[in-house]
Design a protein around this ligand. Structure first.
Ligand SMILES: *Cc1c(COP(=O)(O)O)cnc(C)c1O
Length: 487
C-alpha cells in the first residue's frame, strides 16, 4: 500500500511537495511549515496487526504512510540501520507506580530522545542526496542536545557535513564531550565566543544570505524538520501497542516534557491518525509560554531576556517553533486564519484563541502544566524512593505534571526524554549521589576533544565554511529531491 502523501504549507503558498522535497528545511517557501496534505488514517485492524512487529518494522509501516515517494524496501533498510545502535527493544517501557509508565526514548547514542528522529533523518538524508546526486552542509546552533544528536546521526556520511556552533564554555562537561570527542572528518565543532542566541543569530545571518547558502548547499536539521516529526510519530504507536492488550481500543494518555512543541506534535499527529489517545499532557518548566497558551488560549512568546536558564535546559524556549502546525489544525486547515494569527503576533506580540480554548482539551485532548526546579528535585527524590529509578530533570518535569492529570483506568505514559547521566549535577543535588558512567561513556569523557574556537563574527564563519564545506551540484532551493517525479 504505497501512499502518495503530499506536503503543503500552513500559510497556503507554493505547490505541494513530496516527502523527500521537504526533508531539509521544513520551512515552506512562504514562511509557513510543511504539513501533510491529508492526515493518514490507521484502522483498528491494522493496529492489531502491528502488535507483532519489531520497532524498525513498525517504523517502516508508519513512515510508509508519510514517505510515499520512497520504496518500502528502501525504508525498511533505513529503519533497520537507524535503530541498530539502540538496544534490541529500542523503546522500553517501565512502570514507576501510581499508574505511571516511563517510555524510554533515550537509549540511543546521545542519551536523549532527539536520537529517535535524528538517526532516521541521517539515513533518509544521505539516501535522498544519493538519489539527487547532491551534497548538504548542515549548519546549526546548539545549547546541547540537538547538536550532539545531529552529529552522532550524521558522522561519517559521505554527502553530508555538519557545522555546529555552540556557546563557548556554556555547555556541560558531558555535552561538550559528546560533541567534541567525535573526530570524523565531516563533523565541525565551532565554539563561539558568546551565548546561544549569538550562535543562533550567526546561523540566521548565513541562512539569510541566499547566495552564500546556495553556493555552499547549506541546510538545517532543526526541530521543525518534517522527517523528524514523522519519525517521532512511530514511538507513540509503539508505546500504545506495548501498554494495551490485544483486542481493545483502550485509551492511554501521554505526558510530554516540551520545548519547541516537536515531540508532542508527533503525538498529536498519532491521535489524528486514529491512535486511541485520551490526553496529551504538555509539561513545561518555568519557561511556561506553552502552558499559558493551553490554559488561556493566548500565545505570547517571550524575549531571550525573559527566558530563564533552568535545570531542565533543553526545555528553555522563548517561542515554540512547531506550534503553527497545531494552529493549522485548530483553524480547520484554513491558511488565511494562520496568516492572520501570525500577523497579529508580529503587530501586537501575541495572538488570542480564547474562544477556541475549550476545544484544546475536548476535541484535541491537549492539556498542560508547569514544573519548577523545586518540583524537579522533589520528583526525582520521590521516584527514586518509590522505585529505585533515577530520572533526569526533563523527565521529572513530565512526571510532576503527569501526576496532576492521572485518571482512573487510563494508563499514563510519560516520555523519558533524557538519561540522568547527562545531568549529574542535578542528580547530586537531588539525591546526594554520584552517578556511575558505563565504560564507554567514561571513555568518551576522557577522549581528546576536537573543536575550533571562533569570535562572534559572521565573516570568520563564512570563511571557515567556504574552506571546509562539501562541494556538489547546486540545485536551487532544496538540494534534495530535485526531480520530484522520481519513483
Ligand atoms: C529537545 C528536548 C525536549 C523538548 O522537546 P521539543 O520537541 O522541543 O518539545 C525535552 N527534553 C529533552 C531532554 C530534550 O532534549
Amino acid at each position: 500500500m504505497a501512499s502518495d502523501q503530499q506536503y503543503i504549507s500552513t500559510r497556503g503558498g507554493g505547490e505541494p511537495l513530496s516527502f523527500s522535497e521537504t526533508l531539509i528545511e521544513g520551512l515552506a517557501r512562504d514562511g509557513g511549515l510543511a504539513v501533510p496534505a491529508s492526515m493518514p488514517h490507521v484502522a483498528t485492524e491494522t493496529l492489531e496487526r502491528w502488535r507483532a512487529l519489531t520497532y524498525p518494522q513498525l517504523a517502516t509501516e508508519v513512515l510508509a504512510l508519510f514517505a510515499g515517494d520512497i520504496p518500502r524496501e528502501d525504508l525498511a533498510r533505513m529503519t533497520d540501520a537507524a535503530y541498530a545502535p539502540f538496544p534490541a527493544e529500542v523503546v522500553p517501557l517501565r512502570q514507576i507506580g501510581d499508574g505511571l509508565t516511563l517510555v524510554g526514548l533515550s537509549e540511543g547514542p546521545t542519551l536523549a530522545f532527539k536520537d529517535m528522529a535524528m538517526q532516521f533523518l541521517g539515513q533518509v538524508l544521505e539516501y535522498a542526496l544519493e538519489r539527487s546526486g547532491s551534497v548538504l552542509n548542515v549548519l546549526g546552533a546548539t545549547s546541547g542536545d540537538t547538536g550532539s544528536a545531529a552529529e552522532h546521526a550524521l558522522r561519517g556520511k559521505d554527502r553530508i557535513a555538519v557545522f555546529m556552533l555552540s556557546p563557548r564554555g556554556r555547555m556541560s562537561a558531558f555535552q561538550r564531550a559528546q560533541m567534541f570527542s567525535l573526530d570524523d572528518a565531516n563533523v565541525h565543532n565551532i565554539a563561539v565566543d558568546g551565548v546561544f542566541d549569538d550562535c543562533q543569530n550567526l546561523v540566521k545571518r548565513l541562512a539569510g544570505d541566499v547566495e552564500f547558502k546556495r553556493a555552499h548547499n547549506l541546510g538545517a536539521v532543526n526541530s521543525i524538520n518534517l522527517a523528524r516529526i514523522t519519525a517521532q510519530v512511530v514511538y507513540y504507536f509503539w508505546a500504545w501497542l506495548r501498554a494495551t492488550d490485544a483486542g481493545g481500543a483502550t485509551e492511554v494518555s501521554f505526558t510530554v516534557p516540551s520545548g519547541n512543541f516537536g515531540n508532542i506534535l508527533s503525538g498529536f499527529y498519532a491521535k489524528r491518525m486514529g491512535l486511541p489517545i485520551r490526553r496529551l499532557v504538555l509539561a513545561t518548566n518555568e519557561n511556561n509560554v506553552l502552558d499559558e497558551f493551553f490554559r488561556t488560549g493566548v500565545y505570547r512568546p517571550r524575549t531571550a531576556a525573559e527566558t530563564l536558564a533552568t535545570s531542565s535546559p533543553s526545555m528553555d524556549i522563548s517561542k515554540a517553533s512547531n506550534l503553527e502546525r497545531f494552529i493549522f489544525e485548530l483553524v480547520d486547515r484554513d491558511p488565511a486564519r494562520v496568516n492572520t494569527a501570525w500577523h497579529e503576533l508580529d503587530a501586537q506580540g501575541f495572538f488570542d484563541f480564547t474562544a477556541e480554548q475549550p476545544r484544546f482539551a475536548d476535541e484535541f485532548g491537549l492539556v498542560s502544566g508547569t514544573s519548577t526546579h523545586a518540583d524537579r528535585i522533589e520528583t526525582i527524590r520521590s521516584v527514586h524512593a518509590g522505585t529505585g529509578e533515577i530520572i533526569d530533570p526533563h523527565t521529572a518535569d513530565g512526571v510532576k505534571v503527569a501526576r496532576e492529570h492521572v485518571e482512573p483506568g487510563v494508563p499514563m505514559l510519560v516520555l523519558e526524554t533524557a538519561k540522568p547521566q547527562k545531568f549529574a549535577d542535578m542528580i547530586r543535588e537531588a539525591l546526594g549521589v554520584e552517578l556511575e558512567y558505563a565504560p564507554e561513556l567514561q571513555a568518551m569523557l576522557d577522549a581528546p576533544q576536537h573543536v575550533t574556537d571562533m569570535a562572534d563574527d559572521a565573516d570568520a564563519l563564512r570563511a571557515y565554511i567556504a574552506a571546509a564545506a562539501l562541494r556538489g551540484a547546486t540545485v536551487g532551493h532544496s538540494p534534495v529531491g530535485a526531480d520530484r517525479h522520481e519513483s
